[in-house]
Design a protein around this ligand. Structure first.
Ligand code: SF4
Ligand code: SF4
Length: 132
């Protein structure tokens, strides 16, 4: 079919305005955050590997036992791995959620009072390391 050019109205009454960065940050990011159900994790590291922004890390508990944040150190005693996500960098693109073979990753709202930023998502129990 031949291409037919259509008339386009050129508007001259549009005023370009700066977008409020705070509104933009809210508008493009889901209010939900990346979460992890540790009991299903098979420690394949696919999520860490696939993240385009390098903001999800699987760490050995030994790395964080000396953390300045005592609550983090106390939680990892019986863990095989600790997931940390840089929530400021995470764009909620879902690539890691889609890639996870065990539906371990999901989105949810953080508990009341919790902040984003860099945060521990979950500790994978030692029993999950069996057979890895
Ligand atoms: S949602 Fe996207 S940006 Fe966030 S951790 Fe997963 S892959 Fe990375
Ligand atoms: S969360 Fe999913 S993709 Fe990431 S290591 Fe665990 S099983 Fe693999």
């Amino acid at each position: 079919m031949p291409y037919t050019k259509t008339e386009v109205d050129i508007h001259e009454d549009y005023t370009v305005e700066a977008v409020d960065p705070a509104w933009l940050a809210q508008g493009v990011k889901s209010p939900k955050h990346l979460m992890l159900d540790p009991d299903n994790c098979i420690l394949c590291r696919a999520c860490e590997d696939v993240c385009p922004w390098n903001c999800i890390y699987m760490m050995s508990p030994g790395i964080v036992t000396g953390a300045a944040e005592h609550a983090v150190g106390d939680e990892v005693d019986n863990a095989t791995a600790v997931f940390v996500v840089d929530d400021n960098a995470c764009t909620r693109c879902s690539v890691c959620v889609d890639r996870c073979p065990t539906d371990t990753l999901y989105y949810a709202r953080l508990p009341e009072g919790s902040k984003g930023g860099q945060r521990t998502m979950a500790e994978v129990p030692a029993s999950q390391a069996e057979g890895v």
